[in-house]
Design a binder for this molecule. Structure first.
Ligand code: FE2
Ligand code: FE2
Length: 164
């Protein structure tokens, strides 16, 4: 069974993952509005992944006889000055989420909750992937600069992301 402390922390992480989905949906809406359909699609797929992360924790809390309690989700930012601005925000956001996952791991270790430690290792690996994929896009956008034709190509490339 989960300790109350771990239960509360996992519930907060469910909120953080759903907030992540909000952030990406908001970025997706921004890109739709700017006619960057590929970037929009990438963001929408990313949002779905974040809902998947929330559901993974939701299932875990239930399986440990914990009680899932949902809380209010903050409204995300709605506008960005450029594609690079949005993806840089996404990278900063993923790094902050990694920090939260690490805090959870530290807490699980302190509480001698080995099952939660094991569960969280999936998220540790996932965050490496998340930071890498967003980081690569940020690097490409830095190379591209303001070139409309290069942005057009990158938009098309990112639009080919499949929705898992
Ligand atoms: Fe996530
Ligand atoms: Fe993420």
């Amino acid at each position: 069974m989960l300790t109350k402390k771990m239960e509360r922390a996992f519930n907060e992480q469910i909120n953080a993952e759903l907030y992540s989905a909000y952030v990406y949906l908001s970025m997706g809406a921004h890109f739709e509005n700017q006619n960057f359909e590929g970037f929009a699609k990438w963001m929408q797929a990313q949002a779905q992944e974040e809902v998947g992360h929330a559901m993974r924790i939701y299932g875990y809390v239930n399986s440990r006889s914990g009680r899932v309690v949902l809380s209010k989700i903050d409204g995300p930012k709605t506008d960005w000055t450029s594609c690079l601005d949005a993806f840089s925000d996404a990278l900063a956001h993923e790094r902050a989420i990694t920090g939260k996952i690490y805090d959870l791991v530290d807490m699980a270790n302190k509480e001698k909750d080995h099952a939660s430690h094991q569960f969280l290792m999936w998220f540790v690996a996932e965050q490496v992937e998340e930071e890498e994929s967003v980081g690569r896009i940020v690097d490409k956008l830095k190379l591209v600069g303001d070139s409309p034709s290069a942005l057009f190509i990158l938009d098309r490339e990112l639009g080919s992301r499949s929705t898992e």
